[in-house]
Design a protein around this ligand. Structure first.
Ligand SMILES: [Ca+2]
Ligand SMILES: [Ca+2]
Ligand SMILES: [Ca+2]
Ligand SMILES: [Ca+2]
Length: 457
């Protein structure tokens, strides 16, 4: 060969580690396993547990392969039945905790008695107490109790009498225009009958919306008892169904600026004016005809599903909408409502509705047991499903896996199931650039709040 540069001497050809990426553009010229570092944090793309976020420490508290910087993190746990989340001041959040039902005696025993229990909407006996609360969680994850000793009813576990499940109590919290709090208190049962059966003075707060001083802003259950807002009949087919369960709040409704209350029991969206006067905004969320599935309980508990009070497989049932979540888009002020659906909670039957114009128009469908929705700053909507396998998960005869997904322009753009495992989640909210989820809300004491950074997830 003549003298001069051989091919291997050109800078464009030098690949010291032989990984096929020339040294000129190889961020790791001596490391054959790495070539690029998208976020310039010193960790190569192949090993980096957050590809788009500089996180040199690679911390991964839950060891799921996604670094803390781009993952959901638990900011509070062991909570008593977390429900709705509101955005607070200074990057804090507010969380309504439905409690654990009965008060506890000094000995730690639950105070159970017939004067403070009643039959709930689903026929189960619920025990009353004042174990509900509202807490604030600061950006550094420290928690503060804002309101305490609020009404709570819950169901005692048959398997373990020390466990209380499916609490109804503080259901949602939002900030008022003056910075104070507005809290919705649920009601598990008949709006006309349940509360007078209870002797505790604060029992009258069940089924109402209250302020931070516990003054009733609007008695939603009373409104239902007087009006049977959705005109539905009780299962007997003759008497009006007076079920009420105030479940979500939306302050600052478009155009009117008023407070609205989504009631999962009366299947309606109620407007509350500044004097506390109530009127119906939307009451025509439709029923769906759904076929009862065969739950295969003979193989699981040894008896057919009809033995535990469920309809037989194949029965066609009118499933109520059970509106569960409401969110106003910051883009165009569109208001969406989600539905949980009712028995038999058919897979794929839950929908979101656009209620901006005062009627419920289906926006998206194909979901299962949606429990809440939330918009981000760009108007994309997050949908939170309670149990993606429907009735078996709801009844505890199968995994109760929840699911968080992001929807945009009618199609799914992100399913977060790879990053977060949810079980009976109860709420989702976006505050600033963070998304928050109430999770494990079914069993009192197991609840937790998750936070994710929307710019990094
Ligand atoms: Ca390399
Ligand atoms: Ca990197
Ligand atoms: Ca990184
Ligand atoms: Ca992780």
């Amino acid at each position: 060969m003549a003298t001069g540069c051989s091919e291997g001497d050109s800078a464009l050809d030098i690949d010291t580690d032989g990984d096929g990426v020339i040294d000129l553009i190889d961020a790791f010229p001596d490391d054959p396993s790495e070539s690029f570092d998208n976020d310039a944090d010193g960790v190569g793309d192949n090993a980096d547990n957050c590809l788009g976020v500089a996180n040199a420490d690679q911390a991964d508290a839950d060891a799921d392969g996604f670094g803390d910087a781009c993952d959901f993190t638990v900011i509070s746990e062991n909570l008593l039945s977390p429900r709705g989340i509101g955005c607070g001041a200074d990057d804090s959040i507010l969380v309504a905790l439905a409690g654990a039902g009965p008060n506890l005696a000094a000995t730690g025993e639950a105070l159970i008695n017939s004067e403070s229990s009643y039959v709930g909407a689903d026929g189960r006996v619920v025990q009353y107490g004042e174990t509900g609360s509202v807490i604030s969680i600061a950006s550094d994850s420290t928690s503060t109790i804002i309101m305490n000793n609020l009404p709570s009813v819950a169901v005692q576990s048959e398997q373990d009498p020390s466990v209380w499940t499916d609490a109804t109590g503080p259901a949602d919290v939002v900030r008022a225009d003056d910075g104070g709090l507005i809290v919705a208190i649920g009601l598990a049962g008949d709006a006309c009958l349940s509360r007078p059966d209870l002797t505790a003075p604060d029992a009258v707060l069940l089924g109402t919306v209250i302020d931070e001083q516990r003054s009733i802003i609007a008695d939603i259950a009373d409104f239902e008892c007087s009006n049977n807002v959705d005109s539905r009949l009780a299962p007997s087919g003759t008497a009006p169904d007076h079920t009420s369960n105030p479940f979500r709040l939306l302050n600052d409704y478009p155009d009117t600026g008023s407070l609205t209350v989504l009631d999962a029991g009366m299947n309606a969206l109620i407007e509350v004016d500044s004097t506390g006067e109530r009127s119906t905004l939307v009451a025509d969320f439709p029923d769906q005809q759904q076929e009862m599935p065969d739950l295969g309980l003979v193989d699981i508990i040894g008896v057919d599903q009809t033995v535990i009070g469920l309809p037989p497989a194949g029965a066609v049932i009118s499933s109520q909408p059970v509106p569960s979540g409401i969110s106003k888009s910051p883009v165009g002020d569109t208001v969406l409502v989600s539905e949980l659906t009712g028995l038999p909670f058919a897979i794929g039957s839950a929908r979101t509705y656009d209620v901006t114009d005062g009627t419920a128009v289906v926006d998206q469908d194909g979901f299962t047991t949606i429990v809440d929705i939330a918009h981000d700053a760009s108007g994309d909507v997050f949908v939170l499903e309670y149990a993606t396998n429907g009735l078996p998960g709801l009844l505890g005869f199968g995994p109760s896996n929840g699911r968080l997904s992001k929807q945009s322009l009618g199609s799914e753009v992100r399913d977060f199931s790879d990053k977060v495992q949810l079980s009976t989640p109860t709420a989702v909210e976006v505050c600033g650039s963070n998304i928050y989820v109430s999770d494990q809300g079914s069993v009192a004491g197991q609840g937790r709040i998750l936070r994710g950074d929307l710019n990094a997830l």
